[in-house]
Design a protein around this ligand. Structure first.
Ligand SMILES: NC(=O)c1ccc[n+]([C@@H]2O[C@H](COP(=O)([O-])OP(=O)(O)OC[C@H]3O[C@@H](n4cnc5c(N)ncnc54)[C@H](O)[C@@H]3O)[C@@H](O)[C@H]2O)c1
Length: 289
């Protein structure tokens, strides 16, 4: 999508981090912006900030509820007639340092519901809308964890993000056959300095694990190392700039850390040679191996 000015962008998870930075970047490009987030306080602050740049409205929603994502489309149409650019971005990381079998059912459901079902609801709601106009662009936020795996971030996160990459690729195939003027990109960032390590603050009641899982020395040390890696990650505004350029230039895979190519290549080589699974960047950064 070359010309953004006057068009409308919708961003979920827009109250903080990458979502907020993308919303601001779309406003700077002259777009109307619709922000959505589960955190009403953060959402209000983001609307206030972005309204200084251009037309911005917001709706508090939980992306795990299909009906609330449908409300977001209705809200967008009410305010700006239609959506052109949809960023399915809201996400949580889940508890770090746990093996797959140690995560509780609520952990699995929470992370998969936000990170995967949030994107599925966005696709199921907004794609028919874009198809009715025959143009537009979708950006799904996955992660470098959608292309590699490891032991430090929750297995639920890796599983959800791999699924987001796969579903984005499927959406690409569908658009290329039936709607050549609609594009899709999958954003696979490396570490970005955001509030993602505060994700427990956005865990809805129904996903709470009771009793709270035991914190071990291992989970504590992995969590603390991850805080450091995220805090020293790329600033979110740089990521927004990269996404802006990818949308303008119609690129599918969006990376923010050139070093992830090495771990993607190593993984693919292991698959081709029937070798053993390799780990990704986050494991290297957190464990030093
Ligand atoms: N920060 C990183 O290093 C990094 C790396 C790769 C991918 N990502 C992905 O980027 C996306 C944005 O994360 P971020 O790093 O900006 O984190 P962030 O915590 O700063 O922002 C995420 C936003 O999503 C919102 N959110 C959480 N649950 C929600 C729900 N159920 N419904 C609606 N909104 C909800 C939060 O309130 C928050 O405002 C996520 O999908 C994340 O997985 C982040």
């Amino acid at each position: 999508m070359k010309d953004l000015a006057g068009k409308t962008a919708v961003v979920t998870g827009a109250g903080s981090g990458i979502g907020r930075a993308m919303a601001k970047r779309w406003a700077e490009a002259g777009m109307n912006v619709v922000l959505a987030d589960i955190d009403e306080v953060a959402l209000d602050a983001a609307i206030t900030e972005i309204s200084q740049v251009g037309p911005a409205v917001g709706l508090p929603i939980d992306v795990t509820a299909a009906s609330e994502v449908e409300d977001l489309l209705a809200f967008t149409i009410d305010h700006f007639d239609r959506a052109h650019l949809v960023c399915n971005n809201a996400g949580v990381a889940g508890p770090p340092g746990h093996a797959p079998h140690e995560l509780t059912i609520q952990d699995w459901q929470w992370v998969l519901d936000v990170d995967l079902w949030g994107v599925i609801h966005g696709i199921r709601t907004f794609v028919p809308h874009l198809l009715s106009y025959g143009d537009g662009h979708i950006v799904n936020t996955a992660s470098q964890s959608g292309l590699t795996s490891g032991a430090v971030i929750s297995a639920a996160y890796y599983a959800a993000k791999h699924a987001v990459v796969a579903l984005s690729e499927c959406q690409f195939h569908d658009f290329s056959q039936r709607a050549p003027d609609i594009s899709v990109s999958v954003l696979c960032p490396g570490a970005v300095a955001t509030n993602i390590m505060h994700d427990e603050a956005h865990r809805p009641e129904r996903f709470q694990t009771v009793p709270t899982p035991v914190v071990t020395e291992h989970t504590e040390s992995v969590t603390s190392a991850m805080w450091d890696v995220i805090a020293s990650g790329r600033p979110a505004h740089e990521v927004a700039e990269i996404v802006h350029s990818a949308v303008i230039n119609d690129e599918f895979y969006i990376f923010t850390d050139p070093n992830i190519i090495e771990s993607i290549t190593a993984r693919h080589r292991a698959i081709e040679q029937r070798g053993l699974p390799t780990t990704g960047r986050m494991d290297t950064d957190v464990t030093g191996n």
